[in-house]
Ligand binder design. Sequence first.
Ligand SMILES: Cc1cc2nc3c(=O)[nH]c(=O)nc-3n(C[C@H](O)[C@H](O)[C@H](O)COP(=O)(O)O)c2cc1C
Length: 218
Amino acid sequence: MSLFRLDASIFPATSSSRALADLVEAEWLAAHPHSTVTRRDLSLDPVPATAWPDAVTAPGVPEAERSERQRAAVELATVIADELTAADALLFAVPLYNYGVSQHFKTWFDLAYTDSRIDPQGTALHGKPATLVTVLGGNYAPGSPREGWDHSTAWLRRVLEDVWGLDLRVVQRPFTLVGVNPAMDAFADTAAALKSDAEQHAVRSGREIAAAHSARVA
Ligand SMILES: Cc1cc2nc3c(=O)[nH]c(=O)nc-3n(C[C@H](O)[C@H](O)[C@H](O)COP(=O)(O)O)c2cc1C
C-alpha cells in the first residue's frame, strides 16, 4: 500500500502547505501503518521546463531519431505516471504563487498528462482518493477586495477532480502571510481561525482518504 505525496513549496523549511500535508499524511499512516510514502518535492527536484514540449513532440519522431532531451522527457513522464498509478492515494501540497498555478506544478502536471495512462482517454487515476492542500498568502474570499484573484485553486480542482477523475478533497488555508507581513497585522484573529479550520480539515481529510481506500479494496 502506498501514498504518493507531492510538495511544491519553494521554502520547504517554513512551509505551511507542508505542515498541513504532514497532518494529512499522519492520518493516512495512522490508518495504514504499513503504507509506504512516495515523495516528489518540486523545489528540490523540479521538472525541467523543456520536458513537456519534448515529451509531446517525441512520438512524432522515429525512436532512433529522437533527441536526448526527448528521450529523457519521455522517461521522466513514465516515472511520474508510474508514481501516480502505483499509489493507493494521492496528496498534493501546492501554494499560490503570483496569483496563478505555480509554474513548477504546472510543468509536472503537463508532463504527467503526456502519459497514455493519464491522458484524456486514460482511466488509471479514476476514483483514487486524494487531497489537495493549497495555501495562499492573502485572502480572496467572496467580498474581499481581491476576490477572484486566486487563479490557482479552481484550476487545480478542475484538473485533479474533473480531468484526472480523482476522488478529491481540497484543504485551503488563506492568509498565511499574516504574521509575516506587518501590513496584514489587522487580520491576525481571522488568520488564526482560518489556520485552525484548515488544520482540522486536513486531519479530517487524511482520515477520509484512508477510509476511502479501505472501502475501495474491501
Ligand atoms: C514568489 C512568491 C509569490 C507569491 N505570490 C502570492 C500571490 O500571488 N498571492 C498570495 O496570496 N500569496 C502569494 N505568495 C505567498 C504564498 O502563497 C504564501 O507564502 C504561502 O504560504 C507559500 O506556501 P508555503 O507556506 O507552503 O511555502 C507568494 C509567495 C512567494 C514566495
